[in-house]
Design a binder for this molecule. Structure first.
Ligand code: NAP
Length: 613
């Protein structure tokens, strides 16, 4: 096995031959690059599987339709919507209405309650507003339930639920110039108006159900990990799944969700078949309870400082100490920003980066060999691609689960042949299962906002956001768009903002901007704002100019949602970020803060005047 010294940042892997490695990675990629691999069912239209979207957690309560006028409507009650609500509340807005299809607050943490669900980003930076709420997470990586309850606590503190409409999907939002309001209709018969409209719809909010031949024929039970049905499995989050003792379970998908739910499934079920198309790189998680010393040693501003430290490390910037010090900062950051020393040519830089990457992937492959006792299973679980080709995972019980007699790995790099009445068929063999669980993820983060929003957003002149953004995003700061007055979009990937590994950091930034901007607009007596054409064009041009075409590197990758399932050339420069690559987070933040400090609403057209009530 190759050895690597990462301390110096120089790839020094013994016996490393880039050509051999590239050929192996290519061969593995080609096994997976098959026609139809990305075909999915559109659950919004799907008569057979549409019910997969229903809420198994909260019964839908009858209510009368709303026909009123509020100051702000926020679509989405997840972290983004909650943080936007907090900032708007602090800007003096009294009437805030969150609208969400879920039965309560929490967004992704409302829906994803599968056994073992947790966030693999450190809790001390992922859970927002820890200082404000005086809360210290119980462990280094928090469970989904702990995160959901924390988000709920924020919602309670800032009274974001009283006026909320849950189990409600917006069907249309249209700007009415005469009334200077957005007119909103919903699938619950509501028809209300609002002065400001905030889209906080989420980035991984659309469940992805693959289109596999014959899947309607399956006679057993099935659901998606984002709608775990405890009525069928028994138990609850954090509790044993006590109805599975005599059941054979099939788990499709070995991404972040699949790997987190395997161990509890394996403990409870008679047998589990894990259908793996591509192995994840599963790094060490190293969870541990929060130390008393840590809980006691906090000082004002500690959380923001810790978030900034994480962000700096992830962007390859020098820090005194890596406070998070986990797989994200040690592996992801190292691969994303390999060192560049004086006199190094571009070719040397790229070659060294490739070797550093190889060393880290070897470490992951070695871990599999050390943990998994059956050599064939171990070999099948080894990831052969560059580290950034797929979102990395971190877990300490996933690989171990394959040492259990009741867990079988089914290798299907080209996908499942079909699903029969009994269960999935791979290489002609049927795997009979009682319960089939789709851990098949979500439509990619780059899914256009208008699709993620799931409703028509009609601006001035009857032009929809979908029409305007059909050639690519166009905005000011990734948060406002001309022709859509009094509308804010929480920043997200593919939307002319920046991308952060810990979404919380981006949500905090977006919420602070939106709250601050509304505060300024209100104080200035502004009735309507819109983006100036030249300001939007300048911002969009900045995004296009800094676009880095990574398609050559990404097309060598195993297909994944990160490279558009093997089509990286389909990335549109207009959907890029502020700054190169994932974007210049600190530069973006400074720019937004300065805009707020100046308070002159640069780049906006303002219509001042009384607001009709
Ligand atoms: P995912 O990473 O997209 O994984 C989906 C899995 O389903 C993959 O293993 C995929 O195989 C497999 N799959 C899809 N279509 C298939 C088909 N037709 N046949 C066989 N297998 C198929 O989804 P996820 O695990 O739900 O995670 C999604 C995202 O949610 C993560 O990337 C992350 O951003 C977020 N998340 C975060 C955490 C956290 O701890 N922070 C936890 C869970 C989720 P291929 O790999 O071959 O495509």
């Amino acid at each position: 096995m190759a050895n690597l010294t990462l301390m110096s940042g120089r790839g020094e892997a013994e016996g490393y031959d880039p050509e051999v490695v590239r050929a192996r990675y290519r061969a593995e990629r080609d096994k997976r690059l098959v026609a139809g691999r990305a075909d999915i069912r559109d659950l919004a239209e799907d008569a057979h599987f549409g019910a997969f979207r229903l809420d198994p957690f909260t019964p839908v309560a009858a209510r009368d339709p709303q026909r009123d006028d509020v100051e702000v409507v926020i679509v989405g009650g997840g972290m983004a919507g909650i943080l936007a609500g907090v900032q708007l509340r602090q800007a003096g807005i009294e009437q805030i209405r969150i609208v969400d299809q879920a039965g309560g607050l929490g967004g992704t943490w409302y829906w994803n309650r599968y056994p073992g669900v947790m966030c693999d980003v450190e809790s001390y930076i992922y859970l927002p507003m820890l200082e404000e709420l005086g809360y210290v997470p119980t462990s280094r990586y928090a469970s989904g339930e702990e995160i959901r309850l924390h988000l709920q606590a924020i919602g309670d503190r800032f009274d974001l639920e009283a006026n909320a409409l849950f189990h409600t999907g917006v069907t249309r939002a249209a700007w009415d110039d005469r009334a200077a309001r957005w007119r909103i209709t919903t699938d619950r018969g509501d028809a209300f108006t609002t002065r400001y409209y905030v889209l906080a719809v989420g980035i991984l909010n659309l469940m992805k159900l693959p289109a596999i031949a014959g899947m309607e024929q399956f006679q057993g039970q099935s659901f998606h990990t984002a709608r775990w049905d405890y009525a069928r499995t028994g138990g609850g989050p954090g509790e044993p799944l006590d109805d599975l003792g005599d059941k054979v379970v099939g788990l499709i998908g070995t991404g972040a969700s699949g790997i987190q739910c395997l161990a509890p499934l394996a403990e409870a079920a008679q047998a589990v078949y894990v259908f793996q198309r591509t192995p994840s790189a599963v790094g060490v998680r190293g969870n541990r309870p929060t130390a008393t010393e840590f809980a006691e040693a906090r000082w004002p501003g500690w959380q923001q400082a810790r978030m900034d430290n994480f962000q700096a490390v992830m962007l390859g910037q020098p820090v005194e100490a890596d406070l998070t010090d986990d797989g994200w900062t040690r592996h992801y950051a190292a691969v994303h920003h390999p060192p560049r020393w004086k006199g190094m040519t571009l070719e040397e830089y790229l070659r060294n980066g490739e070797e550093v990457d190889y060393g880290i992937m070897e470490e992951h492959r070695r871990r599999v060999a050390e943990v998994v006792t059956d050599p064939v299973t171990a070999e099948t679980l080894k990831p052969y691609y560059r580290y950034l080709c797929k979102r990395p995972c971190f877990h300490d019980e996933y690989l171990e689960a394959f040492n259990r007699a009741n867990v079988t790995l089914v290798d299907c790099p080209a996908g499942i042949d079909r699903i029969s009445e009994g269960g999935p068929v791979v290489n002609g063999e049927t795997y009979d299962v009682d319960l089939l669980i789709y851990g098949t993820g979500f439509e990619a983060e780059l899914t256009p906002l208008f699709r993620r929003a799931g409703h028509d957003i009609i601006g001035r002149g009857g032009v929809s956001l979908a029409e305007k953004w059909a050639p690519g995003a166009t905005s000011l700061f990734g948060m406002m768009s001309r022709g859509f007055p009094n509308l804010f979009m929480m920043p997200a990937p593919g939307q002319q903002a920046v991308v952060t590994v810990s979404y919380t950091q981006l949500a905090v930034l977006g919420a602070q901007f939106i709250g601050g901007a509304v505060g300024i607009l209100e104080q200035s007596g502004v009735r309507v704002f819109d983006v100036r054409a030249e300001a939007e064009e300048a911002w969009s041009q900045k995004i296009v100019d800094s676009f880095v075409d990574g398609s050559a590197v990404m097309s060598a990758c195993t297909p994944s949602r990160i490279n558009q399932e093997g089509n990286p050339q389909s990335l549109n420069p207009r959907n890029g970020n502020y700054g190169r690559g994932y974007g210049d987070y600190f530069g973006y933040r400074e720019l937004l803060e300065q805009w707020l400090q100046r308070g002159d609403c640069e780049g906006l057209e303002l219509e001042v005047g009384p607001v009709a009530r």
